[in-house]
Design a protein around this ligand. Structure first.
Ligand SMILES: *Cc1c(COP(=O)(O)O)cnc(C)c1O
Length: 379
């Protein structure tokens, strides 16, 4: 037996990516600027709508960093951040010498709990530490409770950064994730719904904030014939080669979303008659997830003692990659001293949850192998 590996989420090329790369070579645009960068930004802008501007950057992490800089986050400031996420959501807070304050999830969308958020804002204000920004995440493609979050943002006058790294194409009340607030961020890392091999974007509310993002991302060069700097700069712009991949990927984005959603419905069917396994899904018709990753929660009390780990190991034996849900930031060694508001929703998701193979490039044969593992374990 020498079964090929089934990945959680692997790159899936549409075919035209290489044409955009070849054009870049033909025209000698081998640089972190050029027609592919401009074209990719335009494609993203058209897709995301809502009058937003888009700056293509070297990563989603860089986009969060530049959003924090533009919001004036600095030394000693506090930034509220969803705890249940990938560390890249929170790390840029520390790049600015600021401190994260972590918030639990709610059970519907697994994203930032508005009740815990309100409690955190009020408590930090009482302590004389009004948060400078709120980072909310649309995890696994599921839109967060944006009405509630934006209402608190308005009430307390605290800007929001939407981490939509996993949610390109997801919508809440028919509006695209990443467009609800001052800044949204996207990622095109290798495992995301589209990839540029590595890359990201900052979704901005005006031409001016986009220009500023590009200014910071290109070493903050003042307008002068020589090299003059009145701000610290960064080297965060996207390569014109990577952007070429992005343009090809934008041609197949809708198709990829449909295929990821198909994987979700495949799992809904697969687990429909299995007690104790809950497939993560939209709470109601206001939410439309790209289902970047399909995920389940396993309740061993209802599965005859079969746990998340039992499932993960059974898949691993068949060379099928699965992964526990994100380990919350407030449980991470690096953030153990950060304030945390909420209960144990994120913690129990980490303990009971599993991400399943979700790629848009999975085949019927892959789906058969996945089904067989489940049939065997629950026979
Ligand atoms: C991937 C990801 C990021 C970071 O994006 P990069 O492009 O890898 O820097 C940030 N937040 C979340 C939730 C992510 O999944």
């Amino acid at each position: 037996m020498n079964l090929s590996k089934i990945w959680l989420s692997s790159p899936h090329m549409g075919g035209n990516e290489i044409k955009y790369i070849n054009t870049a070579f033909d025209e000698n645009w081998i640089a972190p600027l050029g027609p592919n960068v401009n074209g990719f930004e335009q494609d993203l802008k058209d897709f995301i709508g809502n009058g937003k501007e888009v700056a293509a950057l070297s990563s989603g992490t860089a986009a969060i960093h530049l959003a924090l800089i533009q919001l004036g986050v600095g030394l000693g400031d506090e930034v509220v951040c969803q705890s249940f996420t990938f560390s890249a959501s929170a790390n840029p807070i520390t790049y600015q010498g600021a401190k994260p304050v972590f918030i639990d999830s709610e059970k519907q969308t697994w994203n930032m709990c508005p009740i815990a958020l309100k409690k955190a804002i009020e408590t930090r204000i009482e302590l004389g530490k009004k948060p400078k920004a709120i980072i909310v995440v649309h995890l696994y493609g599921m839109p967060a409770l944006m009405d509630d979050i934006m209402e608190l943002s308005t009430q307390y006058d605290i800007p929001v950064i939407e981490d939509a790294a996993e949610a390109l194409g997801s919508t809440y009340k028919n509006q695209k994730c990443g467009t609800f607030s001052n800044f949204g961020i996207l990622s095109f890392n290798g495992n995301k719904i589209i990839t540029t091999s590595g890359g990201g974007a900052l979704v901005c509310s005006s031409e001016e904030t986009k220009k500023k993002a590009v200014f910071y991302a290109t070493q903050s060069r003042d307008d002068a014939p020589h090299y003059q700097h009145s701000h610290i700069g960064y080297n965060y712009r996207l390569s014109n080669i990577s952007a070429g991949i992005g343009r090809g990927q934008m041609e197949v984005l809708e198709e990829h979303i449909a295929l990821r959603r198909k994987m979700h419905f495949f799992y809904k069917d697969l687990f429909a008659s299995i007690e104790g396994i809950q497939v993560f899904e939209e709470p109601n018709a206001d939410f439309y997830s790209n289902h970047w990753l399909s995920a389940i929660k396993v309740n061993p009390e209802l599965t005859n003692g079969i746990t998340r780990e039992d499932l993960r190991l059974a898949f691993e034996k068949e060379n099928i990659e699965c992964r526990p849900l994100w380990k919350p930031m407030h449980m991470q060694p690096i953030f153990k001293d950060s304030p945390y508001y909420g209960g144990n929703v994120a913690e129990s998701l980490f303990n009971e949850g599993l991400c399943l193979p979700s790629g848009s490039n999975l085949t019927d044969e892959d789906r058969n192998r996945i089904s067989n593992v489940i049939k065997k374990i629950f026979n």
